[in-house]
Design a protein around this ligand. Structure first.
Ligand code: TMP
Length: 214
């Protein structure tokens, strides 16, 4: 989708990959250029979507219900937060978006990728009068071995329904991200998350500069 004004950037990766800890610095980087920055997350980002997040992370349900709820949350989020912010010319930094659905519900849970593609087109289509499907301009994919991510998560806060999954689930999720990145290489920047925090930040900073986004 053409985004002449706003800039939509997403952060992705398996639980424990460390993506969220770089959002502050990314925000500061763009704010220093004088731009409005909107920080948000999925599932969530609106009161309704945050309510749905609580259900998705806390209640047992089948993969179709899970997929419908994350896309319902996304629809509310896109309509009320993301699309208006992009139309204003803001930078939108979103912690997870639809790649997470393909990775978690698709690859992780084994849910039908064709159905997810249809939901993606419904939910992200037709923004601002355009027929295009809204997609991020850049997706920072924090890639980390599932075993390393599990070590990082061990002993952290009480795990939610996803964090409590066995390492095999995260192997599938990681493969799902890799496939999604392979299918849209122009949008993805792979960040090697098996490094010090400083090194990971240096990769993020370099990726944004390399693409001329600052
Ligand atoms: P977070 O802990 O990074 O905020 O993400 C919440 C959890 O929700 C995480 O385990 C991934 C999961 N998730 C999905 O399963 N599908 C989705 O579409 C999204 C956005 C997140």
């Amino acid at each position: 989708m053409t985004q002449p004004e706003g800039l939509f950037i997403t952060l992705e990766g398996i639980d424990g990959a460390g993506k969220s800890s770089h959002i502050d610095a990314l925000e500061a980087l763009f704010r220093a250029t004088g731009r409005e920055v909107v920080r948000t997350r999925e599932p969530g980002g609106t009161p309704l979507a945050e309510t749905l997040r609580g259900l998705v992370l806390g209640e047992a349900m089948d993969p179709l219900t899970e997929s419908l709820l994350v896309f319902a949350a996304r629809r509310d989020h896109v309509l009320n937060v993301i699309a208006p912010a992009l139309a204003r010319g803001a930078v939108v930094l979103c912690d997870r978006f639809t790649d997470a659905t393909f990775a978690y519900q698709g690859a992780g849970r084994g849910f039908d990728l064709g159905v997810l593609g249809t939901l993606e087109a419904w939910v992200q289509g037709g923004q601002n009068g355009s027929a295009d499907v809204l997609q991020p301009a850049l997706t920072l994919w924090f890639d980390l071995a599932p075993e390393t991510a599990a070590e990082r998560l061990a002993g952290a806060r009480l795990p939610d329904r996803f964090e409590a999954q066995p390492v095999d689930f995260f192997r599938r999720v990681a493969e799902g991200y890799a496939r999604r990145a392979g299918a849209d290489a122009a949008r993805f920047e792979r960040i090697d998350a098996d490094a010090t925090r400083e090194n990971v930040w240096a990769q993020v900073d370099a990726a944004v500069r390399r693409r001329g986004l600052l």
